[in-house]
Design a protein around this ligand. Structure first.
Ligand code: PLP
Length: 424
């Protein structure tokens, strides 16, 4: 393999270390290296490729747009591509769900959308503090970083991270702690030391934090506390949104109505950088240009995002098909973990965002590395990288899903057999 990556690419490389080959092509649920070896992709751009690599429907729309010299970059000017995207979002997503949001085009990455969300919430409420949860992940720019829990990321900031208080996420200490009661007491006790927050930011399923799931009832309680204590409710749906949870938004099941929602990762559907912050009209108090950015008009992303909405979200066919695959993933993960002590391995997650929580990061790492030897690309998440995370494209076929899960199953058994025999 060429040495150029060692020679001049920064040490900050991460995924590249786990999968040390040079990839060249990709299609659907497969990546191909330079020698033409195929790898089944259960990482899917960390949740960015919900519709698979080079999805033919999205690709066709993009090629046609490029061919006719459609605008590629348009600052935030009105373009035909943006008009069509807004119409599709309104017709296919907002209206059927009874949602009413203003769409802010932020810089193109997730963390940009989070920065905008935190900024508008602070401005609207005239307060600094934001409540975020343990194991939350919201990005690595300073504002979003302050809301992120992970010390590996926080420690790299080099500056004091401020303006956020962290409190326990749902089920943080199991039955030993009623996290809602704690949050309510903290908010009500004028001596708790908690500065009155402008907003609460929450992931309904914590992606990077290890597939922790907030129960629907818990989310409704968080919403109740937001209303009671005059705080905005921000749902960071960057990873769990765009169908990953089984519905377009991850909060649909709970029935909550967030004041602000962030979307990115699979929003363009094609891996093109694109992020938005959705804001209830009454909180859209921005002055013109107050928050800006050069890359808020990635029109190629608008084109593929529109094609994704038109092809997959015009009716519930896609969602119905996905429901079957979710059942398959869930039951197979449970079967893989059955027969082992729950402290050694257990299935967790929700929707098509599921995985296996291992006793420690070392075990999870060994499982992923063994999977890679069988050409399955799969990664870990969680505070100690202890969760093996399946983020397959939503468009994966059941055969491909089973094939990948066969590899995962064999790898888990091979690694855990050694553990069990070590223990006995
Ligand atoms: C990935 C992610 C982000 C950050 O997105 P970037 O594009 O990496 O900046 C923020 N929030 C959540 C929930 C994410 O999964």
């Amino acid at each position: 393999m060429s040495d150029i990556f060692d020679d001049i690419e920064s040490e900050v490389q991460s995924y590249a270390r786990a999968f040390p080959v040079i990839f060249d092509k990709a299609e659907g649920a497969y990546l191909y290296d330079m020698d033409g070896n195929a790898y089944l992709d259960f990482l899917a751009g960390a949740g960015t490729l919900n519709y698979g690599h080079n999805n033919p429907k999205l690709k066709a729309a993009l090629l046609e747009y490029i061919e006719r010299n459609g605008i590629a970059h348009g600052l935030d000017m009105h373009t035909r591509a943006k008009e069509l995207f807004l119409e599709a979002l309104n017709e296919r997503i907002f209206k059927p769900r009874g949602l009413n949001y203003m769409v802010q085009f932020t810089g193109p990455t997730g963390t940009n959308a989070v920065e905008a969300a935190l900024k508008i919430a602070r401005n609207v409420k005239g307060r600094t503090n934001i409540l975020a949860f343990t194991n939350g992940f919201h990005g690595v720019s300073l504002g979003a970083m302050a809301a992120t829990g992970n010390s590996h990321h926080r420690d790299a900031s080099g500056i004091h991270l401020s303006g956020v208080s962290h409190i326990p996420y749902d089920n943080y200490m199991g039955d030993r702690l009623d996290t809602i009661a704690l949050m309510e007491s903290m908010l009500e006790d004028s001596s708790s030391g908690l500065d009155h927050p402008a907003a609460v930011i929450v992931e309904t399923i914590q992606g990077e934090g290890g597939l922790n799931v907030a129960q629907a009832e818990w989310l409704r309680e968080v919403e109740r506390l937001c209303r009671k204590h005059d705080m905005l409710l921000i749902v960071d749906d960057i990873q769990a949104g765009c169908g990953r949870s089984g519905s377009f938004f991850s909060f649909e099941e709970s029935g909550i109505k967030p004041d602000i929602v962030t979307l990115s990762k699979s929003l363009s559907g094609y891996g093109l950088p694109f992020a938005v912050t959705l804001i209830k009209p009454e909180y859209d108090t921005w002055k013109p240009g107050e928050h800006n950015g050069t890359f808020r008009g990635n029109n190629h992303a608008f084109v593929t995002a529109t094609a994704a909405l038109d092809n997959y979200w015009a009716d519930d066919t896609f969602q119905q098909e996905l429901a079957g695959k979710i059942e398959l993933l869930k039951s197979r993960l449970e079967k893989i973990a059955s027969g082992y002590d729950k402290t050694l391995i257990k299935a967790k997650g929700r929707g098509f965002m599921r995985g296996l929580e291992c006793r420690d990061g070392e075990l999870a790492e060994k499982i992923c590395r063994l999977c890679f030897k069988s050409n399955l690309i799969i990664e870990t998440s969680g505070a100690d990288d202890q969760v093996v995370k399946c983020l397959c494209p939503l468009t994966i076929t059941k055969d491909e899903l089973n094939k990948g899960l066969d590899i995962l199953e064999k790898s888990v058994h091979a690694i855990l057999e050694k553990e069990v025999s070590k223990a006995s």
